[in-house]
Design a protein around this ligand. Sequence first.
Ligand SMILES: Nc1ncnc2c1ncn2[C@@H]1O[C@H](COP(=O)(O)OP(=O)(O)OP(=O)(O)O)[C@@H](O)[C@H]1O
Ligand SMILES: Nc1nc2c(ncn2[C@@H]2O[C@H](COP(=O)(O)O)[C@@H](O)[C@H]2O)c(=O)[nH]1
Length: 211
Amino acid sequence: MKRWWNVMSKGFLLVISGPSGVGKGTVCDELLKEVNDVVMSVSATTRDMRPGEVDGESYFFVDDERFEEMVENEEFLEHANVHAHKYGTPKKFVFDKIKDGEVVILEIDVQGALQVKKVYDEAVFIMLLPPSMVELKNRIVGRKTETEEAINLRMNNAFKELDFVTDYDYFVVNDTVHEAVQNIKSIIDAEKHRVKRFKYIKEKVLGEKDV
Ligand SMILES: Nc1ncnc2c1ncn2[C@@H]1O[C@H](COP(=O)(O)OP(=O)(O)OP(=O)(O)O)[C@@H](O)[C@H]1O
Ligand SMILES: Nc1nc2c(ncn2[C@@H]2O[C@H](COP(=O)(O)O)[C@@H](O)[C@H]2O)c(=O)[nH]1
């Protein structure tokens, strides 16, 4: 049972996971064009920047030393080693935006999602699935960003990650981007309604002050 009773803010946290290459980035980009009060959290990573990526927009690209410093300073909501690199979610941005009433999206792996669930289980968890594993491989290969070795590592990890689908509140199949975006929009609408209902009960029925 989620700790909905603790929800104090108008916004909420939406965690989207799914195997590498399933289309998380593509679907989130489309979602941002269609929904106003949704923002993406920008993670820190130690992996190399890909052509076209922008520091501070795609990721904060940091070296190992800086990453460890951020861990030490407890700057991360969660962090994990993913496909042989380090990734982490800076927590200040996330909680500031939720307080402002925004829906904050974390596009993170399963290990990170499970960490978030432990400390903040009022978040909403979506697993994005490929129509098939063959199509997943076609997508990673077609993206042309990974070496053959990295593709094999990501495919192996994909099978492991899919074991955790039952830890998520929803799963959405990314067959077409349009359909996946519409499904996630419906989930966001339903969750916004839920947050409003609980706020109503807290404030009007119980007379508790929101913070
Ligand atoms: N519904 C779809 N149909 C066909 N191709 C798609 C679809 N969604 C995404 N793609 C393509 O699949 C490739 C991988 O997509 P994307 O980079 O968004 O995946 P990702 O899940 O964010 O990957 P990673 O976790 O590695 O960052 C891209 O080339 C993208 O254009
Ligand atoms: N636990 C976390 N996982 C993260 C974070 N940011 C991204 N990711 C996941 O890493 C893989 C690979 O991403 P890529 O950009 O190198 O292809 C992907 O599954 C992301 O979801 C994070 O902050 N924490």
